[in-house]
Design a protein. Sequence first.
Length: 268
Amino acid sequence: MTRLSNRFAELRARGEKALICFVTAGDPSADRTVDVVDALARAGVDAVEIGIPFSDPLADGPSIQASSQRALDAGMTTAKALDVVRRIRASNPDLPLILMTYYNPIRHYGLDRYARDAKAAGVDAHIVTDLTPEESADWKSFSTANGLDTIFLLAPTSTPARIEVVARLSTGFVYCVSRTGVTGAREDVPAELTQVVANIRGATAEPVCVGFGISTPEHVRRICAFADGAVVGSALVDLIHANRNSPDLAARVAEYAAALKAGTHPLN
């Protein structure tokens, strides 16, 4: 059992769904990233995605693109991001930690070396945004050898054949993108998502979580009515940036996360 599978099993036993939050490593600083993730854990977040900044974040919208550039400008690197994870793991031994990145930083680091170093730092899983299933064999061999889950993405436009391939290769959970396009907070939850998630569930025993555009407790509640969890990214990144100079940053992050987490609880 991995930290991710343990967490989803615990949630099922309680009748809850998962809240997964995204932060960018190094924005506004490495130290404050550690503080923010500690605050998310205290607020009850079930897993945290930590973005490794990359200069060409093609799947990310303006908020996360800007956070990646700020982190790069401040000197964040792949190796330093792994050190951030190591520090977070030291104070959060049971929190599932997912690194979200692109394939270029991993290849540049070296697949085998990277997978070993990620495992040693306390990483549980990866979302390699631009790595297609057809090109994933090399990475999967190293990630699997090191006990790391690899989470692939599906979209509302994914064909049954694509769903089958991704469902077969994804471990930890399957990430369902709520809409076509890039990340970014939005006002609505697409109505067709219920059927999309049902189609994915028909092809896998892994949990199915939905992300892109989720920013409010009501969004989380609506998503968790039919999916196994909700992922919140851009809205949290914006909150962190807006409060980057505040001594109350961690408290404000925890307050926001606790409100989101309430949306994962079953209605009585």
